[in-house]
Design a protein around this ligand. Structure first.
Ligand SMILES: C[S@@+](CC[C@H](N)C(=O)[O-])C[C@H]1O[C@@H](n2cnc3c(N)ncnc32)[C@H](O)[C@@H]1O
Length: 304
């Protein structure tokens, strides 16, 4: 069986023969089995839980899927591979281990795999192939799905966790598929006896998001944005007409075109009072995606 070093030199060769590879086998990484230690580290990082389903894109002899199921009776596994004899071997091994009811290996191109119902995606493929799979993962996998890949990153999608090793070990990385938050959102809230309409514009680059909010004729940037899977959090401190300078901490779950969660509000009694340490009021937060964003509406010249 070729070693990891052989695999790495194959990568170098593939780069050197880019033109040939691009014409002939751009969707293929040859079979090289992951080192057992690296398999363990990938599974540990993914931490599959009972009731979850894992998939290995390019499953080879099935070792990553088997390791993910080992000592985890509630976990189900899927492997897909274009190599029919490896698929047959993996299914036979599943039978020997009495795992056929929890695992299936499919003779399938990774680009045809169904990613919509899995919780963990494993990959150890050529970097170009993982990069080519990125749009499919981001479009089809559910927000919160964990992606664990060995050796290479996935283009410029920053990993959430990097387990870097040297020597015989390879680097293993974890990503959470982010919810789609890019676009315009609106919500309403009553604070200090006044009713406000918030109109927000969010921009997104993978799990990194930033944005701005308009209330009345005031606009403010949101701060400390955290997006992990469906979970979205950010801070907004701005002067609300009639209430004064107000600190708001938003925390919610993104479900398609709706975000539901909580707003923690701090309002000062006096104009010069620090928000830090003030009592917090909790309000429900329900934001809806909108096409009619008022963020761009004329502001007027009264900016006091
Ligand atoms: C480097 S091996 C990894 C095997 C296994 N995941 C492991 O880590 O031990 C890559 C595997 O991906 C399979 N493969 C390559 N391109 C594929 C494609 N487009 N669709 C399905 N399988 C593919 C190969 O047949 C090979 O078994």
């Amino acid at each position: 069986m070729p070693s990891r070093r052989t695999f790495l030199s194959l990568v170098a060769a593939a780069a050197a023969w880019q033109t040939i590879a691009a014409r002939a086998q751009e969707l293929f990484s040859p079979f090289v089995g992951s080192d057992p230690e690296n398999v363990e580290r990938m599974v540990k990082l993914a931490a599959p839980a009972s009731g979850e389903t894992v998939i290995d894109l390019g499953s080879g002899d099935g070792r990553i899927v088997f390791a993910a199921l080992k000592n985890r009776p509630g976990v189900r596994g899927i492997g897909v591979d274009v190599n029919a004899s490896l698929v047959a071997k993996a299914n036979a091994a599943a039978g020997v281990q009495n795992l056929s009811d929890r695992v299936q290996f499919l003779h399938q191109n990774v680009f045809d795999a169904d990613l919509s119902k899995v919780d963990v995606i494993f990959m150890w493929l050529f970097p170009e192939l993982m990069r080519l799979l990125r749009p499919k993962i981001l479009a089809q996998a559910r927000p919160g799905t964990r992606v664990v890949a060995a050796t290479w990153g996935i283009g410029n999608w920053p990993a959430d966790v990097t387990d870097e090793r040297t020597g015989n070990f390879t680097t293993v990385r974890l990503w959470h598929v982010p919810a789609r938050v890019e676009g315009a959102w609106e919500w309403e809230a009553s604070i200090g006896g006044n009713h406000y309409r918030f109109e927000a514009l969010l921009e997104q680059h993978f799990q990194q998001a930033e944005g701005a909010v308009r209330v009345g004729h005031r606009r403010q940037l949101i701060q400390s944005v955290k997006l992990q899977g469906r979970s979205l959090q950010f801070l907004l401190s701005m002067t609300l007409p009639g209430t004064g300078y107000t600190g708001m901490s938003f925390s919610g779950e993104v479900r398609g075109d709706v975000i539901e969660g909580t707003i923690q509000v701090r309002t000062p009694v006096r104009e010069d009072e620090e928000l830090e340490g003030l009592p917090t009021i909790r309000l429900p937060w329900r934001a809806k995606r909108t096409l009619e964003i008022g963020y761009f509406a004329p502001t007027g010249t009264d900016i006091s």
